[in-house]
Design a protein. Structure first.
Length: 165
């Protein structure tokens, strides 16, 4: 039995060494993934961001662009990811008054041989870090948390939807 079959990890070869998955025999299918993450902060920090008064500029707009840019470069950041020709990457950032803070979601789409989960997760991660970077001068106690895959569709492994929690 190979290391891959024993562990269930697809990025290990028969000897247990890291290896890029061969997707050559897979069919091109439409693949979509959605991810989320949160940046918790002081209420005054959220107010400052929403009012557009942060010293570094439009926190939400810049974080959205940073997330999009990051998704397009995922294969350069995550060693065993395949480069993808993304058809869609959308990043949404919405206030959550009960946190208080911001919820970041990303949706990635491609027609190809491999999924876009890592692109969606990378977009969320970098957008959250950008929010932190742009507001850290007024609130170093911010917390990035809850980064997770919400759903994915397409491919051999089928669809996935995370629990509501």
């Amino acid at each position: 039995m190979t290391a891959t079959k024993q562990s269930g990890l697809t990025h290990l070869d028969a000897t247990g060494a890291a290896s890029m998955v061969d997707v050559g025999d897979k069919d091109d299918t439409v693949r979509v993934a959605e991810a989320e993450g949160f940046v918790a902060m002081q209420p005054a920090t959220l107010d400052l961001i929403l009012a557009g008064e942060a010293k570094k500029g439009d926190v939400i707009g810049i974080a959205r662009i940073a997330g999009i840019m990051a998704a397009k470069r995922t294969h350069e950041l995550i060693p065993l990811c395949h480069p993808l020709m993304l058809e869609k990457i959308g990043v949404e950032i919405t206030p959550v008054s009960t946190l208080p803070g911001l919820r970041v979601t990303a949706l990635a789409k491609v027609s190809g041989k491999t999924g876009v989960e890592m692109e969606a997760l990378t977009a969320v991660s970098v957008a959250c870090l950008t929010i932190y970077d742009m507001a850290k001068a007024v609130d170093r106690s911010m917390r990035v948390s809850g980064i997770r895959l919400l759903s994915k569709s397409g491919g051999r492994s089928g669809d996935f939807t995370a629990d509501a929690s």
